[in-house]
Ligand binder design. Structure first.
Ligand code: FPP
Length: 246
């Protein structure tokens, strides 16, 4: 089994993003309720955060709850929110011990007030940390993010704060939820699905995509290492030819 030590530390992805998928199917396979899958998913989150911090990955972004997830049964949504609150409470110490700074992207105002409060507290209490930035995508939808950015820019044009000729990629970047993050280098999706599901559509323009046939609660160190090894074996050309890169 692969271990963290095998990785070339000079060629690590700066920003890793993960679509944590398959909690429900993991539970179903065991004849349990979907909630059981989410509970076990939390352990995979803890381990992955710890491993990325050990590797000194600078940015880790996790798709924890999408705008579409609000359509799930009420009891499942409530349990996911409770899990979020209890995990934040439990993990504050560990985040600080590992110098991890927490942040969040998405429509945070739409979360239950308890979740908003806990999130704000952990974000504030880890804000001085200088190691990895862990970003939770909560009530996040990429199209909504782009729509909001377009509206804000349009308003600035209307009020003569910015002229249309000056709208470039950098301007768009500064209006996205992710304005404080670099582009994604490696996007991992678990559970065998080969979809992006409205996650960071703008930010993954040049990301390497890695799909793995393992349900999220089973995702462990060696899976993360396999994903990064695959990333390290790829040639990132950003539109250029191999010869130009050499
Ligand atoms: C996808 O599995 C998973 C989610 C929608 C939620 C992810 C949440 C956690 C791992 C737990 C809480 C998170 C934090 C950050 C503490 P699915 O339910 O879509 O699985 P399925 O595709 O098999 O139905």
């Amino acid at each position: 089994m692969h271990t963290l030590e095998e990785l070339n530390k000079n060629r690590l992805p700066k920003h890793v993003a993960i679509i944590m998928d398959g909690n429900g199917r993991w539970a179903k396979e065991r004849g349990k309720l979907r909630i059981f899958g989410h509970q076990n998913g939390v352990e995979a989150v803890r381990k992955t955060v710890e491993n990325c911090a050990k590797l000194q990955i600078q940015f880790l972004t996790l798709y924890a709850f999408s705008t579409e997830n609000w359509n799930r049964p009420k009891i499942e949504v409530e349990t996911l929110m409770k899990l979020l609150v209890s995990s934040l409470r439990k993990e504050l110490k560990t985040l600080n011990k590992n110098n991890i700074k927490l942040s969040a992207i998405g429509n945070i105002d739409s979360l239950p007030s308890k979740a908003q409060k806990e999130l704000a507290e952990v974000i504030s209490k880890t804000s001085k940390n200088t190691g990895m930035t862990l970003t939770l995508a909560l009530s996040y939808g990429s199209r909504e993010e782009i729509k909001i950015a377009v509206k804000e820019i349009a308003l600035k044009v209307k009020n003569n704060i910015i002229s249309p000729e000056n709208i470039d990629e950098a301007v768009i970047n500064t209006h996205l939820y992710t304005h404080f993050l670099p582009d994604v280098d490696l996007l991992i999706r678990t559970s065998g699905e080969h979809r992006i599901s409205n996650f960071l559509l703008w930010q993954i323009a040049y990301a390497e995509l890695y799909f793995i046939d393992v349900f999220w609660p089973d995702f462990r160190e060696h899976h993360l290492v396999e994903a990064i090894l695959s990333y390290q074996n790829r040639e990132r050309r950003f539109g250029k030819t191999s010869e130009q890169l050499n």
